[in-house]
Design a protein around this ligand. Structure first.
Ligand SMILES: [Zn+2]
Length: 291
């Protein structure tokens, strides 16, 4: 995939550990305010906490040119999704709202609860953010047998390296869940799932996952000028190889890796292909008929 030197999204942020306000700093600020101004330390503590960005939330910072290769790459891919989905929404008389993408390492706190690298990439409807752990890409290169980008191999060597597009596909799939949320599809699925058996609920989830794959295909279709030979095969390979345990998604309020299957490899390949060939979200109705 051609990505070097292209526009980056301003919506990618690195998570930088816990906000300090709830910790030692908050206590010190509280004590000082209490000693100097005779202010209630609890009020002071809360003040310190909110100044630092909220007690339980994770502080984030924008990426810059010193951020690593994966951050730069993800920013370009996210910018591509912004361009494509703004266009698609506009075509349908709607306005696209861009999601933030949080890159984290270790643990992260989302509106859906806290998550670790073991959770895998996920989208949290509660705060409408995509969460991606940086170790996932490394694991993906390994599990898919991709050599990965070598540092310092020169510009030519960095273009179209095997593995790029598989990673882009993962980002596009997660953004697909954001699109489902904006369109009200995820909410309907959640409501419906509460009223049916576990088995039927799981099937609904599979259909939801396959639609996210189809949406990723729509994104690829409208991004063809940057696609290189072998990219689509790479995405299809990723779709068929990435296990459910790794591409886990949070459900409801708690970010726990779900046990729902994403569908069979063949189903995932079929729906990605469907979206890629049509470039039309209306061809991504995975909820009626056979999948
Ligand atoms: Zn998914």
């Amino acid at each position: 995939m051609k990505w070097r030197g292209r526009r980056q999204s301003s919506n990618v942020r690195m998570s930088g550990g816990k906000a300090a306000g709830g910790g030692i700093l908050g206590i010190i600020i509280g004590l000082v305010l209490w000693l100097v101004f005779d202010m209630n330390p609890m009020t002071a503590f809360q003040t310190g906490s909110s100044v630092a960005g909220g007690g339980g939330s994770t502080q984030t910072q924008p990426i810059d040119e010193n951020s690593g290769r994966d951050a730069q790459f993800v920013s370009v891919v996210l910018a591509d999704t912004e361009r494509v989905w703004s266009q698609v929404f506009q075509e349908n008389g709607m306005t696209y709202r861009e999601p933030e993408l949080i890159l984290f390492n270790g643990r992260v706190t989302s509106a859906c609860g806290s998550a670790s690298s073991a959770t895998g990439p996920f989208y949290c409807p509660g705060d409408q953010k995509v969460y991606l752990d940086t170790s996932f890409f490394a694991e993906m290169r390994q599990s898919l047998g991709i050599s990965g980008d070598q540092q310092g191999s020169g510009d030519a060597g960095n273009q179209g390296k095997a593995g790029d597009f598989a990673q882009a596909y993962v980002v596009a799939h997660e953004v697909g869940h954001h699109v489902q949320t904006l369109l009200g599809i995820s909410q309907k699925v959640n409501e419906a799932r509460r009223q049916v058996s576990k088995t039927q609920g799981n099937e609904l989830s599979v259909r939801q996952e396959l639609q996210a794959d189809c949406f990723a295909g729509v994104w690829a279709n409208r991004n063809q000028q940057y696609i290189e030979a072998g990219d689509i095969d790479e995405a299809l390979h990723a779709a068929s190889q990435i296990g459910d345990d790794r591409l886990a998604h949070n459900r409801g309020q708690v970010a726990v890796p779900d046990n729902f299957t994403h569908g069979t490899s063949q189903q995932r390949v079929n729906w990605f292909t469907q979206g890629f060939q049509s470039g039309d979200i209306n061809s991504c109705d995975t909820f009626s008929g056979a999948i």
